[in-house]
Write a protein that binds this ligand. Sequence first.
Ligand code: NAP
Length: 278
Amino acid sequence: MEKTFKFAGVLGWPVAHSRSPVIHNFWIREHGLQAAYGLFPVKSDALDDAVRGLRSLGIAGCNVTIPHKVAIMSLLDVVDPLARRMGAVNTVVAGSDGALTGYNFDGYGYLQSLRDAKPDWRATDGPITVLGAGGAARAVVLSLLDEGASRIRLLNRTRGKAEALAAEFGAAVEVHDWSVRAEAIADVALLINTTNQGMHGQPALDLPLNRLPRSALVSDVIYIPLETPLLAAARARGNVTVNGLGMLLNQARRGFELWFGVKPSINAALRAALAATF
Ligand code: NAP
């Protein structure tokens, strides 16, 4: 039977604070679609059942967040090669035959957020320092390498995690000790915080900026708050800054287009609707 109403949602635990429903329901209203986007709060022990449920209910697809981004891969029919390289899925799309395909649009969202802020940005503009070595760092580093970056310094509080990540990526990624982070930003074209430091409820990232070139682009993948102490300090000294909201919004565009067949755009009204939730 033909489906006239499409459902999508965000699958994770916890998901109550996810901003994805605000984004997707804004676009659904904007385009007058017969569709809705909701929360799918699912604990790890129920993930198998939930994926079977996506199939049997004919859900158009879902975003996937903590703690399922890795575990869901083995439950899908197809995992896109880029998601496979990222080792994580953040978007699932049901095909017309019901087959579920997993994608990862975090890296795309990240790169697009830089271009939105600085249209002439290039990964080859100069050395790049990435702080953190978790899931967000993996997506950011992989997408920068795919974009042609040839000098990425990776620093993480737990050095072994940075080394494990760098070992997968080859010679373009060098690991430096967390203790030399102030020096590791002295000649960068791009500085990225992918740690959780500066996020609401967390202390500010402990990083003196006195050696940072004023020409460097400073990006933080955090979006709550929109301006982390790192970005506020960088902006105050004249650096161009990029917050994590653009990454979230741009990755969302890709899933929306695949589920609902409409390419949505990011406008001031959407940003205002989101800002009202912070
Ligand atoms: P994760 O895998 O848990 O990694 C957390 C990172 O933070 C690790 O590198 C960890 O270092 C570091 N860290 C934690 N406490 C620290 C401290 N006291 N000092 C220094 N480093 C510390 O998390 P994730 O998934 O990568 O997420 C990281 C951030 O990215 C979160 O704020 C998340 O909201 C944000 N994010 C944003 C988007 C977006 O769309 N904008 C997408 C994904 C994630 P250790 O290895 O030493 O523990």
